[in-house]
Structures are given as structure tokens and as C-alpha cells.
Design a protein around this ligand. Structure first.
Ligand code: RB5
Length: 170
């Protein structure tokens, strides 16, 4: 019994390792530095592939355009998840949540990041470059990447969130 269990566990770990996660990241001018730091954190994971859709300088850009680019990758299936950053994380998370299929969670702490995955199956993480420091942001990203959706009763609730999209134009 025990040896069979061990084999199963090992097989699962192997399977997880082989699966690549594609993450698209984007920020406005208010979080360009944080974006670079977050990319460094993502590079700690050998099974994560990162696509950066900009912006790449301090020149002012509009965060809804960045949200749209990141979320387009998720909607098309090119990315499994996304990370969006602006000065506060507020504008870009509001914009992202307007797009069908997106569940963006603005997180300023590790607990919220974990719960956004466990309970809300958040497929986009939002943070603010003028709010969250590099250290806490790194911990938030690590927790958010590692945490799986719990499903069960939370799946019913997430389904209801997604059903709201069908009622939008009524
Ligand atoms: C840009 O100045 C700023 O408004 C933006 O980065 C963000 O904080 C909006 O929510």
C-alpha cells in the first residue's frame, strides 16, 4: 500500500514538472521597475515561460491598453495566467475585469494572493508599483503561482461570476 502510494505521488510530481505555465505580464509607466523585479521572481520557476507586453520605459501610457494586451493572451489561450501592474494596481485590475473570461485579483498581501487562487481561481494577479514593495511583491507572486484552485463549492461560485458576463448587455 505504502509503496504504491509513493509511486503515485512521484508520478504526480513528475507530471507537474513537465507542464509549462505561460504567463503574460504587463505594466504601465507606474510599475515598470516592479515589472522587472516580478520577472526575476518568475525566472526562479523553471516551468514558467514569460511574455512581456510592455511598457518598457517611463513614458506615460494608458493602463487599459496594457490590461487589454495581457488579457488577450489569456483569452486566446496563449497564456495560462497574467500579471498586470500599474501605479496602484487599481486601474489596471478594473480594466482587466471588464474582459470576458478574466478574474483579476488586486493583491497587497500574501493571504489575499493565496485565497484569490484557492477560492476565486484568479487568472490575473494585479499589483501596484507605487504601493507594494519589491520584497512583498515577490512573496505575493510566489504564493500566487504555487497555489491551486480548490474547486468544490468555490467552483459553483466562480461559475456564477462567469455567468454574470452573459447578463452584461441586458
Ligand atoms: C498613472 O499615473 C496611474 O494613474 C496608474 O498607474 C494607476 O495607478 C491607475 O490606477
Amino acid at each position: 500500500f505504502f509503496s504504491l502510494n509513493c509511486v503515485k505521488i512521484r508520478t504526480n510530481i513528475h507530471a507537474e514538472k513537465e507542464e509549462l505555465m505561460n504567463i503574460t505580464i504587463g505594466s504601465d509607466h507606474g510599475a515598470v521597475d516592479l515589472k522587472e523585479e516580478v520577472k526575476m521572481v518568475l525566472h526562479e520557476f523553471s516551468d514558467i515561460q514569460v511574455t512581456d507586453v510592455g511598457t518598457f520605459g517611463k513614458e506615460s501610457v494608458d493602463y487599459p491598453d496594457i490590461a487589454e494586451k495581457v488579457c488577450a493572451d489569456i483569452v486566446s489561450g496563449k497564456a495560462d495566467r497574467g500579471i498586470v501592474l500599474c501605479g496602484t494596481g487599481i486601474g489596471i485590475s478594473i480594466a482587466a475585469n471588464k474582459i470576458n473570461g478574466i478574474r483579476a485579483a488586486l493583491c497587497t498581501d500574501v493571504y489575499s494572493a493565496i485565497m484569490s487562487r484557492k477560492h476565486n481561481d484568479a487568472n490575473v494577479l494585479a499589483m501596484g508599483g507605487r504601493v507594494t514593495g519589491i520584497g512583498p511583491a515577490g512573496e505575493i507572486v510566489r504564493a500566487w503561482i504555487r497555489t491551486a484552485f480548490e474547486g468544490g463549492r468555490h467552483a459553483r461560485r466562480v461559475d456564477k461570476i462567469m455567468a454574470l458576463e452573459q447578463k452584461k448587455d441586458r
